[in-house]
Design a protein around this ligand. Structure first.
Ligand code: TPP
Ligand code: MG
Length: 405
């Protein structure tokens, strides 16, 4: 077992984990209140893996993660209020309210996202590391991803180039035993994920991801090898999410007892106990860390609530488009039906219509506000839902399974 660091470091680790836990609990609550939209993936239970990792990174290092990264951003130093504002879709959010839960991003803190495509962040991590190498900078890129992501083609391609080009890159698999509802044994032929990149020349080890000190030790060594020896390696951290994959997960794939067993190993409780038993922290300080977390999260909600929504006429800013907007993609897991914007062949007309409605709205701040969902020729006299169904009828269209992310 790794030795306890000094009291200040112990307090910082504990406080950061408590803050993330509290933030995630509140994010879940705000989602139920429909204050946060889109998808929501919580990292409750995975705090030690997150904080252990970021606690041994330098400011100049880069971190890139998945769609379960509210905590990663906060651990990297992004203000919780800006993460909450992003979940609320408000202008003061980390992505101006345009990304939501899956797309937290903070270039200043070198937190490179927040990425919704499983395994999609791996080649990006290699690109960031290649840029550092090319520019002769000392930065290491830390790439965190799930057990499920280790099955993607991106995994093999990235491992190959990372080893071949000796990139300053470090991989951490957050093995929470499931990719959505599929257990590791059912989704990966090689269940020892630390071995999965060996054939590409990337050595791996396994650690207890519920133990913040074990994570610190393992990650520090991986980062050192990347920085000093240009040797990318992989660490498999065993962790567990107490909540479902996302907010819409009925959790039929696991037993309640399993969740309870993992809760017994709670990373915050066990670390707090250890610090108190060793006399490094007092009960008072543990309480103080929790209270500070409560206060900060409360302030984050207030901040997010009072931050304005982005103006409707800015809807098409910061998008890659051709000469005119060709469409948009809108998903809300509380309503699994296809949305208007998902019928690709109808997109140009529908997008133009919405843009016009947005412009009309912007010009009439005090007058009657046209509703973008019903405004425009194509929608005249037709309920939006019905219009969406009609649009699908002329071409067969694949409908995403419920809770698709
Ligand atoms: C390329 C791709 N395929 C499928 C999905 C749908 N999907 C979202 S999360 C997920 C499971 C990923 O599991 P894992 O990598 O273990 O991460 P975890 O959610 O457990 O943190 C899947 C299949 C997706 N987002 N992207
Ligand atoms: Mg997983």
């Amino acid at each position: 077992m790794a030795d306890l660091p000094d009291a200040a470091t112990c307090y910082e680790l504990l406080a950061r984990m408590a803050l993330i836990r509290r933030f995630e609990e509140e994010a879940g609550r705000q989602y139920q209140r429909a204050k946060a939209g889109g998808f929501l993936h919580l990292g409750i239970g995975e705090e030690a893996t997150i904080v252990g990792t970021t606690s041994v990174m330098r400011d100049e290092d880069f971190l890139i993660g998945t769609y379960r990264t509210h905590g990663h951003a906060i651990a990297r130093g992004t203000e919780p209020k800006r993460v909450m504002a992003e979940l609320f879709g408000r202008v003061d959010g980390t992505s101006g309210g345009r990304g939501g839960s899956m797309h937290i991003f903070d270039a200043e803190k070198r937190f490179m996202g927040g990425y919704g495509i499983v395994g999609g962040n791996l080649p990006i991590a290699a690109g960031i590391a290649l840029a550092s190498q090319y520019k002769g900078e000392d930065a290491v890129t830390v790439c965190m991803f799930g057990d499920g992501a280790s099955n993607t083609g991106n995994f093999g391609e990235t491992m190959n180039l990372a080893a071949l080009w000796k990139l300053p890159l470090f991989f951490l698999v957050e093995n929470n035993l499931y990719g959505m509802g599929t257990a590791v044994e059912r989704h990966s032929a090689q269940t020892d994920l630390s071995k999965k990149a060996e054939g590409y020349g990337i050595a791996g080890t396994r650690i207890d991801g519920m133990d913040v000190l074990a994570v610190r030790e393992g990650v520090a060594e991986g980062i050192r090898q990347a920085r000093e020896e240009q040797r990318p390696t992989l660490l498999e951290a065993f962790t567990y999410r107490y909540r479902g994959h996302s907010a819409a997960d009925p959790e039929v794939y696991r037993e309640r007892e399993e969740v309870e067993e993992w809760r017994e190993k709670d990373p915050i409780e066990t670390f707090a106990r250890r610090c108190v038993e060793a006399g490094v922290l007092g009960e008072r300080e543990v309480g103080q860390a929790r209270e500070a977390a409560d206060k900060e999260v409360e302030a984050a909600v207030e901040f997010a609530e009072s931050s304005p929504e982005p103006a409707l006429d800015t809807m098409y800013e910061n998008l890659y488009t051709r000469t005119e907007p060709t469409g948009w993609y809108a998903v809300d897991e509380r309503s699994p039906h296809p949305h208007r914007g998902e019928h690709e062949h109808k997109m140009p007309a529908a997008a133009r219509e919405l843009a016009e409605a947005g412009a009309a709205y912007a010009e009439q701040p005090t007058g009657e506000r046209p509703n973008p969902a019903t405004h425009g020729d194509a929608q005249e006299g037709v309920e939006p839902r019905v219009a969406a169904e009609r649009e699908v009828s002329d071409e067969p269209e694949e409908v995403r399974p419920e809770g698709g992310n």
